[in-house]
Design a protein. Structure first.
Length: 665
């Protein structure tokens, strides 16, 4: 799903790759093709049209503008390379030249434009601009993406044949002005499906599964309405692909860590990453009941503005389809602003589209990261640092300059990130990419406050925070005792740790590294505790799953007496959310059905032709690669559709297909 957030107004030529404030471009090798100047914190290029091949003057204004926004050498090349004199054929060839250049930027050339003849010059030029602007790390993560152009515009295949591409659109490329221009791509997207469902909330629910299906298939659909905001749409949609990652399995850990930044939760108060599993076990779409617990670190266009009757009429005039226009006018009488539409869909008041879902939060923040980094650094500096740890778009020096211009203290932001529940591995990436460390003294004070005010902290969290407090306070006696014998230093707390948790302090080298990391602000006790809980719970769940596969006696016991799981040693190391699930008798009943179904499948393993007698080894291998989010999603699926869950465990059904990213998150 797409949304345009208005970018700051500038004067002069259109901006290209964002750079650090005050940076200038090197135009020494561009001769008379380009002039460069710095406006605000962006570098702008201006191609001299007189230096371009004559075919340029025969293109549409939209095509010309898009080409002028490209690096001058690129514009010169695509207008010259095998371009025939016939205008229609020339347009086709120029567009194909641009598409090939875009493909070459992505590792393996694995970027598909479908159908290629539907991509006109302007579309192709903007697509190149967006991909060229992306960092290499981000290009790796969008590998395998298909850009699917839906249009009713007549197109030419280079051989003189004009025809319409597949699909139906309700707005043309040139209609991006007025009210539509202010509300942006979001409203434009709604128009394309408005004739299918009404009122607006029903339309949105229809769109959600469609959008999620596109995420799974790595497809970005661009209709004529979206084309009017192509650069913002593509940047936003590529953001979704960056978050999901390049592998066949979604990057669930990244998605889970991102959701912590704004404290996304479902209706029951559990951590959420924005998708839900349907009652039949299928991935039903984007969750409509999640909301952030923190609302001061978002970028968004304000949806609270009322839509005036004049704006409604002006927008309706842009819709050529009479039936669609009537649907819009009828719905517009009910909805006075976009906030009301979002509330109907997500069940909560939100000021902007990024606050509707963790997935849209990521995509909109990503759009701002590339197109309006100054605003992101000011409004959501923690998300700026997080995104840069994935993208590596900006150098530490550029990060410092952006934050200075935004009035933000990057170390203060880095320190706060260390106390938000992120895992240490995530912090390591953020600190390294942005050249930062936390304030060790501040972390020590935060640790002391947590220890004094929260009596329900897990033992492993207490252990790490105690170490953080003592290191920060310069308690050399405790530090010396800890590095020599942690059991003595931690006293009674040591006895409350599990074997797996004690292993985090098992060698002197580990303990010394912990102390040094905390002294320098590189290691957070809270983050280390989160990392340990994640690692140990993952190991416990994997061990339990392996035993279900290999131990027929355990399967027989649990299928007959599901309450027995509460006495299993591995259960004590499950994440709290899973332990809570197992406390529900209804869930345990479904779990018994799952185990029984699993037992039946394993008993007939030799009858499964695609796996055969190697089923146990096959399943064991699959489980060893599952992460916490997938395993948690598997348990959610167990509670909703035990028989389907058993098929997921035995590899007969794709975990991604059934669980989706984050399962029941």
């Amino acid at each position: 799903m797409s949304i345009n957030v208005n970018t700051p107004k500038t004067t002069g030529p259109i901006q290209t790759t964002p750079s650090a404030p005050g940076a200038t471009s090197d135009s020494s090798d561009l001769s008379g093709l380009v002039k460069s100047l710095s406006i605000g914190d962006q570098v702008h290029f201006q191609v001299d049209p007189n230096t371009l091949p004559s075919i340029f003057t025969q293109l549409t204004p939209r095509d010309q503008q898009a080409l002028l926004e490209l690096p001058p050498a690129v514009a010169q090349t695509v207008l010259s390379d095998n371009v025939p004199s016939n205008v229609d054929a020339a347009k086709y060839q120029i567009a194909q030249n641009l598409l090939e250049l875009s493909k070459s930027l992505v590792p393996g050339g694995s970027l598909t434009f479908n159908p290629p003849q539907a991509w006109g010059v302007a579309d192709a030029a903007i697509a190149y601009k967006v991909v060229n602007n992306m960092s290499y790390s981000d290009r790796q993560r969008i590998a395998g993406t298909t850009l699917d152009r839906k249009t009713t515009t007549l197109i030419n295949d280079g051989g003189g044949q004009s025809h319409a591409a597949d699909g139906k659109a309700d707005l043309t490329m040139e209609q991006g002005h007025g009210f539509l221009g202010r509300t942006g791509c979001y409203f434009a997207n709604l128009f394309e499906k408005w004739s299918l469902t009404a009122p607006l909330g029903l339309m949105l629910r229809d769109w959600f599964p469609h959008a999620l299906e596109n995420y799974h298939s790595r497809t970005i659909e661009i209709g004529d309405a979206q084309a009017s905001r192509m650069e913002q749409v593509l940047t936003h949609e590529f953001g979704h692909q960056v978050e999901f990652g390049p592998a066949a399995e979604p990057d669930l850990q990244l998605m889970s860590e991102w959701a912590k930044l704004s404290g996304w939760q479902d209706a029951k108060g559990n951590p959420a990453i924005g998708v839900e599993v349907g009652a039949s076990g299928d991935q039903s779409g984007l969750a409509a009941s999640v909301r952030p617990t923190k609302t001061d670190n978002f970028v968004y266009q304000d949806f609270t503005k009322e839509i005036t009757p004049q704006e409604v009429q002006a927008t309706a005039a842009q819709i050529p389809d009479p039936q669609l226009r009537a649907e819009f006018l009828q719905t517009a009488k009910i909805k006075k602003n976009l906030q009301a539409a979002i509330k109907e869909t997500v069940g909560a008041d939100v000021k902007g589209y990024s606050m509707a879902s963790p997935l849209e939060d990521f995509a909109e923040s990503y759009r701002a990261f590339y197109m309006d980094p100054a605003t992101l650094a000011k409004s959501a500096p923690d998300k700026f640092l997080f995104l840069n740890s994935i993208s590596k778009k900006y150098t530490p020096a550029q990060v410092q300059q952006y934050f200075k211009a935004a009035g933000q203290d990057p170390q203060a932001v880095a320190t706060k990130l260390a106390t938000t529940g992120l895992m240490q591995s995530t912090l390591d990436n953020i600190y390294k990419a942005n050249g930062l460390t936390a304030n060790a003294q501040a972390l020590g004070q935060a640790a002391a406050q947590s220890l004094n005010t929260d009596s329900k902290l897990p033992a492993i969290t207490q252990a790490f925070l105690t170490l953080q407090q003592k290191v920060s306070a310069g308690d050399l006696s405790f530090v010396s005792s800890f590095t020599k014998d942690p059991s003595k230093a931690l006293g009674d707390l040591w006895g409350k740790l599990s074997t797996a948790e004690k292993a985090q302090f098992s060698t002197e080298n580990q303990r010394v590294a912990l102390v040094q990391g905390m002294q320098t602000g590189k290691i957070s006790g809270a983050a280390m505790a989160s990392q340990t809980v994640s690692d140990t719970s993952k190991a416990a769940m994997q061990d339990f799953a392996q035993r279900l596969i290999t131990d027929g006696g355990l399967r027989s016991q649990l299928s007959g007496n599901p309450d027995a799981v509460l006495d299993d040693s591995a259960f004590q190391s499950f994440p709290p959310a899973l332990q809570k699930q197992f406390q529900d008798p209804a869930f345990r009943k479904n779990f018994a059905q799952f185990v029984g179904s699993l037992n039946g499948q394993l008993s007939g393993a030799s009858k499964l032709p695609f796996i055969g007698a190697d089923l146990v080894n096959h399943v064991g291998s699959q489980i060893s690669n599952w992460d916490n989010a997938t395993l948690s999603g598997a348990m959610t699926l167990v509670g909703k559709n035990p028989d389907t869950a058993a098929k997921v465990f035995t590899g007969q059904v794709s975990a991604v297909q059934e669980l989706g990213p984050g399962g029941g998150g």
